[in-house]
Design a protein around this ligand. Structure first.
Ligand code: NAP
Length: 247
């Protein structure tokens, strides 16, 4: 399979180039970065393109690839409902093309989210603490937001009431940022890469689910799963977990 990388000089893109070069079933057809012409995706016969660029660039890249019948595997963050709807419109005109938007390619992180969604049905309380390096510009992390949304939807399905919390005074921010039902606490400090704890509580017991990402290499098995499966699922897929069943 011929695979191109956009954002190939970046931190994630360069790891992806190396991972494709190490995979015997994949051929790197193009490694493009800012300023390179997207026409090379077509002239090299690329079948799949992996995008690790920036939230500002990604939609233009995806529109070009999809309109040219190339499947897309996307790690670039910042996909809100508007962007997802726009992507669906582009895909509807090219129904054979597959697009994977993966907020997190870490298999452990995906499992952490799934385990959290399962646990959410059984506990009254759920809060998230996420810890990242001091250079991260957004808070909470995309993974924490997605985890909180998954927990909220599980709580809705099992008709959970409000979480117990008698706090009636405190400094602003002391109880974190609310995403759906869930309070998220973001720590930014040197000494961390990307970590998250999901803490569940009920009378007499608590359960903590923790994931640690310590190197970008940890995302590559997930990126390769995306590349190998994206053509099998035409249309839009959000979340790598949709490709992990039957593994
Ligand atoms: P990075 O090191 O800044 O890499 C981005 C690269 O893309 C840079 O080389 C940049 O060039 C280039 N670029 C920008 N616009 C482009 C365009 N239109 N066409 C081609 N290349 C372009 O960032 P990163 O750490 O690799 O992260 C990239 C994205 O992946 C971010 O959105 C990040 O949040 C996300 N991410 C996702 C996951 C996941 O598991 N889904 C994991 C980690 C990171 P310049 O530097 O010259 O602008």
């Amino acid at each position: 399979m011929k695979v191109a990388v956009l954002g190939a000089k970046g931190r994630m893109g360069s790891q992806t180039v190396a991972a494709i070069n190490s995979a015997s079933d994949l051929t790197l057809s193009a490694a493009l970065d800012i300023g390179d012409s997207l026409d090379q995706l077509v002239s090299t016969g690329s079948e799949v393109v992996v995008d690790f660029t920036t939230p500002d660039s990604v939609m233009k890249n995806l529109e070009f690839a999809i309109n040219n019948g190339i499947h897309v595997v996307v790690g670039t963050t910042g996909f809100d409902d508007n962007k997802l709807n726009l992507l669906k419109t582009i895909l509807s005109k090219n129904p054979k093309v597959g697009a994977l938007i993966a907020p997190n390619f870490g298999l452990g992180a995906v499992l952490m989210m799934q385990f959290s969604q399962t646990a959410a049905k059984y506990f009254e309380s759920a809060e998230i603490v996420e810890m990242h390096h001091a250079n991260k510009v957004d808070a909470p992390s995309g993974t924490a937001i997605r985890t909180a949304e998954m927990i909220t939807s599980a709580r809705k399905q099992s008709k959970k009431g409000a979480m117990p919390d008698k706090t009636n005074s405190g400094l602003p921010g002391a109880r974190g940022a609310k995403v759906g039902d869930v309070l998220v606490h973001s720590i930014r400090s040197h000494g961390f890469v990307a970590h998250q704890e999901v803490i569940f509580g009920d009378a007499g017991e608590s359960l903590t689910i923790r994931h640690d990402s310590i190197d970008r290499a940890g995302f590559m098995p997930g990126v390769l799963i995306g590349i190998r499966n994206v053509a099998k699922k035409p249309g839009l897929t959000v979340g790598l977990e949709n490709y992990m069943e039957g593994m």
